[in-house]
Write a protein that binds this ligand. Sequence first.
Ligand code: SF4
Ligand SMILES: [Zn+2]
Length: 304
Amino acid sequence: MKAWIEKERLDGEVVDCLTLILPTRGCSWDSCYMCSYTSDSDRSADQEKVYSEFLNAVEKKHADIAKIFTSGSFFDDREVERSTREKIYRKAKKRGFRKIVVESRPEFINERTVEEIANSGIEIEVGMGLETSSDTVREHLINKGFTFQDFKNASRMLRGVARVKAYLLLKPPFLTEKEALKDVFKSIEDVKGHADLISLNLMTVHSKTPVEGLYRRGLYRPPWLWSAVEVLKRADVELICDPVAGGKRRGPHNCFRCDADVVREIKAFSLTQDKSVFSTECDCIERWKLALRAESLTESFIFS
Ligand code: SF4
Ligand SMILES: [Zn+2]
């Protein structure tokens, strides 16, 4: 099982966070065009194994926050049964974690989940991969399988008992750089009343996905890091971003010379929310500006 310590924000302070990926049977939906997480799953994982992997990680490492990822949905009983989740809450509390962070699709949030969280005895943050507030983009370009209304319903239920984090995806396939920015700016406006925190996810090309098929044919370029910087600089809400594979060809990137500096600034911003961290200058910003002028083939379809 993968587990590591990183820094995170908690109530305005920077604290240690133990991130661990539990080996569950994986996402029940398993159909988003950019996702290969089920290749990290373990079809044979039973509940004993799921819990013992959790125990192994939390007994070796201590932190203020535990981020528990499953490559799917923590509240999907097929991945993590309720009795296992309840053992996880008790153990996390006993080991002194102040908060746990989990992820779920909205269809697994219901009255029972709300009651379970209310009785967990520990602060819980639930991240949901909304990706965009546009149902057209989410349905046709991502194949997410739920609507913005589904997200809002789940968020309304959760917000009485948990913090809600919305993940937004920068640059689904078939959008130009400019359309992707427009989609994210609109999504932030639409989502901010329905989430406590927004996480900007920058597209990375996973292997064996439809997005990889486009990438291999030269029909998809991951977003520029300059685009992420633009979103973070303009934000008027708490916004975090972890540029996974930043500066790699298959991840969000600029010209490969300034990438390490820009990635460092994006991470620093996520911890501090301080916009003055953005100071890198590079000639490639002119190429990004040119990319923003690229013609769109889909604009009338997507934004009509
Ligand atoms: S819902 Fe999440 S884990 Fe499941 S296929 Fe989509 S992106 Fe992957
Ligand atoms: Zn550059």
